[in-house]
Write a protein of this length. Sequence first.
Length: 328
Amino acid sequence: MSTADELARILEEAGVAFEAAGSLQDLRETRARFLGKKGTVTAALRSLGGLPADERALAGQQVNRTKGEVEALFEARKAALERSARSRDLAEHRLDVTLPGAAPPRGHLHPIARVERDMCAFFRTLGYSIEDGPEVETDFHNFGALNFPEDHPARDLQDTIFVEGGNLLRTHTSNVQIRAMTGREPPFRFVAPGRVYRHDLDATHYPMFHQIEAFCVGEDVTFAHLKGTLYAFARHLFGQDARVRFRAHFFPFTEPSAEMDVTWGEGWLEWGGCGMIHPKVLANCGIDPDRWQGFAFGMAIDRTAMLRYGIGNIRHLFDGDVRVLEQL
Ligand code: DAH
């Protein structure tokens, strides 16, 4: 057989063999049969040396052309195999963007935070500033400056939780009155929400709860302003039909003092305490009580949240049980 016939056969064989290779691995192995060390094309190249000199040049050209053609067939098949591998991959890992997604759970503010923010937003519309105070407090700020006598039973009645070093966990947000008024020149009005602590636990009491304190001092601030503010606050929280009633009461830091109730359904709900800031409290803060007077009130935020969200047991607010909080 002539060299040309031999090479034509090799080329045809390579074409058929490469087509038959089903994978890139197969294809590489098949290539070795032609172009590898022991491949047929390589053998043809080697056999050139045995040819007479006058035939060698032409045969060399023919073998080299065939070698190039086999290479080209290999590359073409390789590209085809790679293309189909890629489309298979795409088909297998197809992403159906029309499938419904997995919705990540969405959180929401705690009911207390919601009510607290709602309350603060209301007072901001009346020109109040938000004021903060410490939860670990001195006896002076929590009791003394608020006109609690040294051995007044009120200090026990409040079930105070003391901490090491003689300080205590504030039993009410009234401490912020002292902290905010001291060193400030009236007129001013503040609202102070925050956590307070008492040694107490049942369905409606928890050792930690939240109060909101409001106080307003000016030259001619009267009890009428206090009533008007509380009425507006009640209507904001409980609706336009809400009413407020006042019962005479005693607090060391206000004079006169009252407890107030707000309408709830058919009845009344105990809502908080209020009064005209005691002249001694003003004086304790360096404010001249002959010139300035003001009102203050304070109430629990938790109770409002319980009413608003229909929560029967205060523990549900603080247990941190997501199943409960999700319902609110
Ligand atoms: N501090 C009182 C308490 O925790 C509530 C209170 C009563 C606050 C009368 C006031 C007030 O500002 O004027 O029971």
